[in-house]
Design a protein. Sequence first.
Length: 150
Amino acid sequence: MVSKTQAIDEHVGELLSGYIDGELTQQQRQRVEIHCGNCGDCESELNALRALRRDVSNSRLSEYGEDVWREKMDDRTVKATRSIGWLLFLGAVLICGGVGIYEFVFDSSMGTFEKTMIGAVYGGLALLFFSVLRQRLIERKTDKYKDVEI
């Protein structure tokens, strides 16, 4: 037959991670401390978890610092390819949009009501886009935090 303290002690292993992270109640912390004082296996597991946490917190994900990463992300090649990509994308959108508008205006199979409704939807979207674009351009000129780096 298993005593109550043995049943409680069996579950201390599940609490070790919470103990290290400081997420346990005072009663649970005391239970872990008492149990680890009497159980070498749990104490060595607790020490291993502490060492793992220390190693992870001291590790670096890269040999480069944050400033070097910023410079690498904004080098000449990245800027050139980004610019070319935007030009190709916008050119394709303008050409497709022009063909679509031409077909929309000169397509005789669509009635006037349908053309008016579709025109209203796209006209509303265009007005919303230009209002947001205008706000962003004004904000860009007057933003006092634009040069702040985090």
